[in-house]
Design a protein around this ligand. Sequence first.
Ligand code: ZN
Length: 186
Amino acid sequence: MGFLAWPLETNRIRRDVTNNTFGTVRRNADGTKRDHQGWDLVATPLTACYAIADGVIRKREDHDAKGHGKLVVLEFLFQGRTLFALYSHLSIASVARGTKVTQGEVIAYTGTSGNANGMTGEDQHLHFEIRNELEAGRGLSGRVDPQTLYGRAPREYAIVESHGQKRLLKSSGAGLKINAQDMRRW
Ligand SMILES: [Zn+2]
């Protein structure tokens, strides 16, 4: 596929902090850093999640396990590479394993399962990863920075994609400032 859709209609990094982007960005109590394997995108529970590309659902977990909780993994082809998009902390995975889906199709609804249990307000999110292996290892092994595919992390901005139109909204402390600028080139 030539372009990727965004996983949510409104996409913004949780609390606009680097901590919730990809890489060795989180701090332990002693100040050392640890890895975050994807992006945390702010989402009220039961927000629809969209297939970012045409592909096949390779994995679905419905049990509310530790860690990711409920999840789906979409396999897709992008720029000649087979990649996997993981959506986790879901409330509902609405597609079965093996289902072929088309870009923009609703495949799940966000939630607070796994180790997002108990999160409230602005901390509720979709954990979204891009992998180059279905069963990626520990740390950043088998992961791809989503920014390398999307061009930027939606931090201090929200990227809104609806019915094929993309917009960039400047984020202010109180929420989104409605001062939309056409960003169709993304
Ligand atoms: Zn996360």
